[in-house]
Design a protein around this ligand. Structure first.
Ligand SMILES: Nc1ncnc2c1ncn2[C@@H]1O[C@H](COP(=O)(O)OP(=O)(O)OP(=O)(O)O)[C@@H](O)[C@H]1O
Length: 853
């Protein structure tokens, strides 16, 4: 058997490190490049669109290789992470210049989608959550962390739907599962939700683990936290001192919405392109800080269900609305506040620089202002905030005396520490300035002494300071005093002992001062680090104040009102309600406000009206008003009284599940079923044209059965829009069903939408008018009208002969429609019931009908 060729020591080292990081692209540092080899290289070259070469081109089996420059590696790494991959950064741990043999290399960090902190991404208003899940019998323990902010939360969930819902709520990109686990939902995570799945062995209890789970009692919560933190320490390999104590939460502490509802209601992203623009978040986000932006998004993802908590938030908004000037001052102060949460994380990782500290100082300098403004409102509601919004004068002072106002980006090049902070540093600096002054004067004296006007003093890294004289002038130099160092084409360079002496003082002072500055900076940073916990608490308070000023600002600008929330009420009253986003897009003047009233006992509002008249908008409007009020914001209406909803379910046509590959109708039924299964008497259900996705009879049958079911099982408040006018009679039979319709009028054969919701059912289908508005050819419309007339006649006839079953408009083959009908009627005709004359009449009618064909 041919012997396998021995690898070079470097490739051996590479292979050993790669074996420990099989699921990550290994970025192997070689001088100024990160190199990738073998499979990694082939795959990465394609994704990153870089050239694939090979290490030993002429060998029998060349090793595929590609590389990215160290200085621009960030961009490439970001691309890989965004595509759902992991990247292990392997650095040279020794200086190759001073090392004999192989340089020792180590993986210093594994970057993964769930732990990646992309500082260049947008406005910093998004969290990136890494989630760990562990199954204990029938319960799923779920914990998540944002390593950019240090927040950790943990909960227990009863079923996989709840797990998936949580995952989608915070759009996590990566899930950690226990090593060796074999959960059935893994494929779903990977393929449907495109979540990266990582497996992890749990580690021994560390200091970090102990601190994080300080307040957590249940064993399964502790286990999942251990799993999460083990993964963090294995991938991050750096200080994680900013990770906060885990908070135990219950999902039913918040208003529940499933993925469909979130998407349909466009809370944080629009349905069209999954971007923030066009969503409710986009509309109301007036936060001034990134932390405020993240907090607002969190609140929108988890609205409250506790009346007292909602009141507290509303009171704070009200306080800021009542104090306009104070609010303006708050938003101005917030504009100078830096992202404290991220800063604490950076301090923990050890990559904070002088500029960060200056920004921290400016942020802390806003605290007295913020406190004074809140005090000036004289509202008791801020008392707790004020207690926690502690000023930190000693920290401000430290940064103020230590760090220059405009420090450089790098912390190793000096010019960070202020004069007067440290006496030895001041001495070095004196030496440097004096030395430089001396050299500047030397040029003048030497010119005088030699009479050479072009004589100059210069500096380069190899020879240090030198005196340069053009060749023509060299004879003018006095003998013996100057030591020749370098000859150039036109000039000679000399040094003198005096010059070298000064040079030594200057260079030594420069070098020493840079390293002393670095030391001093690290000391300052360490002192700042001791305030981490306090800074995190401040971040929390400031981000909340930011959200309250945001609520107040939007509420004032858009004329929102404070909703009256009655936890146990069964009544909904909305006067002149508006859909906040549609109103914004259309403009206030064009938007038609609508009332919505559902008394106790009314649990289904059946909404009819032409296409495009505004049925969906009206339904979504209620949900958005409810959500806004449950996050503590004011709402777009003149007067609102609402109960507190525990869950919101939606089935709204536009959001078809393109990812899952399920048929539109299947998605419709899945969404509908969610509500049927899980809604309670405190839920809100929006059903938009249920049954539209299937044949007419099927659709009507399902829609009616669903309505009856909801009605009987007391599933909260239901808004049900439909095209099936047949359903509108249900109000006569079922208690709690009320008809309303969105008005439209015909003017000169054209359809004019009123967008006004009125009592009672709509009386006509306006499909043809909408088709006309859409610009369909006149000939087609004429034909459609003829078909409609014919169908309507049949419909009337069917009703005359109605024996319990309702025939409706249906569009089966037009040619044998009448024949079919006659055959059906004939088959079902109860001959024995009728007198001969009646039978004759009926036969005559059938004959007439057949003639019409
Ligand atoms: N209250 C309103 N005031 C002004 N314009 C409105 C109002 N409600 C809806 N509209 C406008 O009408 C358009 C159609 O609204 P919507 O989608 O709610 O209609 P729909 O009746 O649900 O239609 P379809 O039956 O085709 O689904 C909206 O995009 C909006 O521009």
């Amino acid at each position: 058997m041919p012997q396998k060729k021995k690898q070079t020591p470097m490739m051996e080292q590479y292979a050993a490190i790669k074996a420990q990081n099989p699921d990550a692209f290994l970025f192997y540092r070689l001088g100024d490049f990160y190199e990738l080899f073998n499979e990694d290289a082939i795959k990465a070259a394609k994704i990153l669109e870089i050239t694939l070469t090979s290490r030993n081109k002429n060998a029998e089996d060349p090793i595929p290789m590609c590389g990215v420059p160290y200085h621009s590696a960030k961009e490439y790494i970001r691309k890989l992470i965004n595509e759902g991959y992991k990247v292990a950064i392997c650095e040279q741990m020794e200086d190759p210049k001073t090392t004999k043999g192989m340089v020792h290399r180590e993986v210093v960090q594994v970057l993964t989608p769930g732990t990646y902190m992309d500082e260049s991404a947008g406005d910093g208003k998004n969290n990136n959550y890494l989630v760990a899940i562990e199954k204990h019998q029938q319960t799923y323990a779920l914990a998540y962390v944002d390593i950019g902010t240090g927040e950790v939360r943990v909960t227990l969930l009863n079923n996989i739907d709840a797990v998936l819902n949580e995952l989608q709520t915070f759009q996590s990109k990566e899930v950690v599962l226990p090593q060796g686990s074999d959960y059935s939902f893994v494929t779903l995570l990977k393929e449907k939700f495109r979540i990266v799945v990582s497996y992890q062995e749990k580690k021994e209890k560390s200091q970090l683990i102990a601190t994080v789970m300080d307040d957590i009692e249940e064993a399964s919560c502790q286990e999942v936290l251990t799993l999460l933190l083990s993964y963090l320490s294995d991938t991050q390999k750096r200080s994680l001192s900013h990770i906060q104590k885990a908070i135990r939460y219950q999902p039913d502490q918040y208003l529940k919405m499933d993925t469909y509802a979130r998407r349909n209601l466009e809370l944080t992203t629009s349905i069209r392109d999954q971007q923030k623009a066009g969503s409710l978040l986009w509309l109301i986000d007036r936060t001034k800080t990134a932390m405020g932006g993240r907090k607002l998004k969190q609140w929108l993802e988890k609205p409250l269900i506790n009346q007292a908590d909602i009141y507290v938030r509303q009171d704070k908004v009200q306080s800021l609305l009542n104090h306009y000037f104070e609010r303006m001052d708050i938003s101005q102060a917030l504009s100078s506040v830096y992202d404290l949460e991220r800063l604490v994380a950076k301090i923990s990782f050890g990559n904070v620089n002088g500029r960060d500290l200056i920004q921290l100082k400016h942020s802390l300098q806003q605290l007295p202002t913020l406190r004074n403004i809140l005090l000036a409102t004289q509202d008791d509601i801020w008392q707790e905030t004020l207690l926690k919004l502690e000023e930190m004068p000693e920290l401000v002072h430290l940064i103020d005396v230590a760090i220059v106002e405009d420090p450089p980006n790098l912390i190793t090049d000096g010019n960070i520490i202020k004069d007067g902070f440290h006496s030895r540093l001041d001495q070095y600096r004196d030496a440097m300035t004096n030395g430089k002054k001396w050299i500047a004067t030397l040029q003048q004296t030497e010119r005088k002494r030699t009479g050479i006007k072009t004589l100059k003093i210069g500096f380069n890294r190899v020879f240090g300071y030198y005196i340069e004289v053009t060749k023509a002038n060299v004879p003018l130099l006095p003998e013996g005093l100057y030591d020749r160092k370098q000859t150039l084409a036109n000039a000679e360079r000399f040094i003198t002992p005096e010059l070298k002496e000064k040079e030594q003082i200057i260079l030594e002072a420069e070098e020493k001062s840079a390293s002393l500055e670095y030391q001093l900076f690290l000391e300052v940073r360490e002192k700042v680090k001791q305030h981490s916990e306090k800074l995190q608490e401040l971040a929390k308070q400031i981000s909340e104040i930011d959200v309250f000023q945001c609520f107040a600002e939007i509420s004032e600008e858009k004329h929102y009102t404070r909703p009256k929330i009655l936890a146990d009420s069964k009544t909904i009253t909305i006067e002149n309600g508006r859909h906040p986003v549609v109103e914004e897009v259309l403009g206030k003047e064009k938007y038609i406000a609508n009332d919505l009233k559902m008394e106790e006992g009314t649990d289904i509002l059946l909404i009819t009206g032409p296409n495009m008249s505004g049925k969906s908008t009206y339904m979504r409007q209620l949900a958005l008003i409810a959500i806004l009020s449950q996050i503590g914001c004011y709402v777009p209406a003149d007067r609102v009284e609402l109960p507190i909803f525990d869950q919101i379910f939606t089935r709204i046509g536009a959001a078809d599940d393109l990812y899952s590959g399920q048929s539109t109708f299947m998605v419709e039924m899945v969404e509908t079923n969610q509500a049927i299964q899980y809604a309670t008497d405190r839920s809100l259900i929006l059903f938009d044209e249920i049954g539209r996705g299937t044949a007419t009879f099927d659709g009507i049958a399902l829609a009616e059965a669903i309505l009856r079911h909801l009605n009987q099982s007391n599933k909260g408040k239901v808004l049900f829009s439909t095209h099936y006018h047949e359903l509108t009679v249900l109000d006569q039979e079922l208690l709690g069903v009320t008809n309303v319709h969105v008005g439209a009028i015909e003017q000169n054969g054209e359809l004019v939408f009123l967008h006004k919701v009125m009592p009672g059912p709509a009386d006509k289908s306006y499909g043809l008018h909408v088709a006309k508005l859409a610009g369909m050819p006149t000939s087609l419309l004429t034909e459609a009208r003829q078909i409609l007339n014919r169908l309507e006649k049949q419909d009337k006839k069917a009703k005359v002969n109605d024996d319990g079953e309702q025939l409706s408009l249906f569009m089966e083959s037009q040619f044998d429609l009448n024949e079919k009908e006659v055959i059906t009627e004939l088959n079902d005709y109860p001959l024995e019931k009728y007198a001969p004359l009646e039978v004759m009449n009926q036969v005559h009618e059938w004959k007439q009908l057949l003639k019409k064909k």
